[in-house]
Design a protein. Structure first.
Length: 498
């Protein structure tokens, strides 16, 4: 089976059922499939064929969902890039994956330099109009489940984004498991909160397609405005919602969720992407007594590989929510970490990515870099990262990519980035060493510099200027010392002699 077969089957079975909603725009399953066919013809006219890549740098909409299916029907891989990514980062992603076409919104503000590169730039609107010369351009159905379906570019430890390559088989191993785990049916309504380049959106889009449910796309401008988001969930009668714990915390701390909860027909809330605040979870469970809660875990490279259904009521002695047991057909293995005192998680199974773009295949095995423990019930509990990967309000960011961008500024000789706080209030703090012959770097200057190169969520919130960065005995940046410097009144951190 392949991903596009999900939509095809629903279009044949009940084409009049609503598939995707966004504001006043609605596509039924039949309309979704027919629009994807029109887009197939337009993509073929632009030179797109099997094995090619199509970068999609647009706002979310039903038409974008149809575009994804058009790419899949052609055997091309789509590469979603959220609008929060500036042109500089878009260009780096495109230069990495070498697309035939870059799809943009109908109005792209300002010069983008996209037209100077060796790919066509087309608007989403232009792909939606069938020309008589393109009639019958649809290719024959494809049948290889191991074909590359999409590439999700994530923050990379080398200072440049890295592309996670996912096949149809990889994605469906998760999607079909998730449909069963949530008891999803054609009567459900899902809310797509995550950007399309975030792996949480895979369940929203393809889980709904698998059973004939409908998905309502949360507009970007409402995603983190607590009151408007809650109104959206109520007005759209959402029954299953998959989001990050930070957003749950946003609702319980900045809305009257307890008052509105009885009007929300939410039967299941699935949380993933970062540790869950137990106090906020307790408040959410009290406000939504008819809602079941789940904690799903997995990096982009594996999608969900572990899951835990949270008991209700939550026992009073609970301080941490486990990530649970194996999911999506995965096998989970604990490996001794480099420090010899902790264990990291290795995942093997059908949902593990094909590999990173341009690198050798994984063979279905991925070392997550997450330090985990096993509790007395045999459940896995996430502890911390063994590397420089950070989570900021549910988004994945590698500290070294942010640091590389900071160090490319002439006023910065060295930089280290850490997260201060947790949940929706978490902030990225940059410790920077000024250049020898430059001025003292300021927050606004560095934010503008990063804003041209990184997505919004990877921009720093605070800048602390120091004479030197603390180093560990092996010469690496000592991030723990930086954390301690933020929470104590000790003098500015000094380098460790070695």
């Amino acid at each position: 089976m392949r991903l596009e077969e999900l939509a095809s089957a629903q279009a044949r079975a009940d084409g009049g059922r609503v598939a995707v909603r966004w504001g006043a725009q609605t596509l039924t399953y039949a309309e979704l499939w027919n629009l994807s066919e029109v887009m197939v013809g337009r993509l073929v006219a632009s030179g797109v064929g099997a094995g090619d890549r199509v970068v999609v740098w647009t706002r979310k909409s039903p038409a974008v969902v149809a575009l994804f299916h058009a790419c899949l029907r052609l055997g091309a891989a789509y590469v979603p890039v959220a609008p929060s990514n500036p042109v500089g980062r878009l260009l780096r992603i495109a230069q990495e994956c070498r697309p035939v076409v870059v799809v943009v919104d109908d109005e792209t503000p300002g010069p983008t330099h996209l037209d100077e590169a060796p790919w066509d730039v087309v608007t989403l609107a232009s792909l939606q109009h069938r020309g008589s010369d393109l009639d019958g351009a649809a290719p024959p159905p494809r049948d290889d489940p191991d074909e590359l379906a999409y590439i999700l570019f994530t923050s990379g430890s080398t200072g440049v984004p890295k592309g996670v390559c996912v096949s149809h088989r990889n994605a469906l191993a998760f999607v079909l498991w998730a449909v069963d785990a949530t008891g999803l049916t054609c009567d459900d309504r899902l809310a797509n909160h995550a950007p399309f380049n975030f792996d949480l959106s895979v369940f929203d889009l393809y889980g709904a397609l698998a059973v004939g449910a409908s998905v309502d796309i949360v507009p970007e401008e409402e995603s983190y405005v607590a009151g408007r988001l809650l109104s959206f969930l109520v007005d759209r009668r959402v029954t299953v919602w998959y989001s990050v714990p930070s957003v749950m915390s946003l609702l319980v701390t900045r809305t009257e969720l307890a008052d509105v909860g009885p009007r929300l027909p939410l039967r299941r809330m699935v949380l993933a992407g970062e540790p869950i605040s137990v106090p906020h979870l307790r408040r959410a469970m009290a406000a939504l007594p008819g809602t079941a809660f789940s904690n799903w875990y997995g990096p982009t490279e594996t999608n969900v590989c572990a899951a835990y259904d949270i008991p209700s009521p939550l026992p009073e002695d609970v301080r941490t929510i486990p990530i649970g047991t194996a999911a999506s057909g995965a096998e989970l293995h604990l490996e001794a970490a480099d420090d010899g005192a902790t264990t990291t998680l290795r995942v093997e199974g059908p949902s593990v990515m094909l590999g990173y773009w341009g690198a050798r295949p994984t063979g279905g095995v991925h070392d997550t870099g997450d330090v985990v423990q096993v509790d007395d019930r045999g459940l896995l509990v996430f502890s911390h990262r063994a590397d420089t990967m950070l989570k900021i309000r549910g988004n994945r960011a590698d500290a070294t990519e942010i640091e590389a961008c900071l160090e490319s500024h002439p006023e910065v000789a060295a930089a280290a980035v850490v997260v201060d706080g947790e949940g929706i209030d978490a902030q990225l703090v940059a410790f920077v060493v000024p250049g020898a012959s430059a001025g003292r770097p300021g927050l606004l200057t560095l934010k503008a510099h990063l804003g041209d190169r990184l997505p919004t969520y990877m921009n720093v919130d605070r800048v602390v200027v120091v004479e030197v960065l603390p180093l560990s005995p092996n010469g690496k940046k000592d991030r723990r010392a930086l954390h301690e410097a933020m929470t104590t009144t000790a003098p500015a951190p000094q380098a460790v002699a070695h």
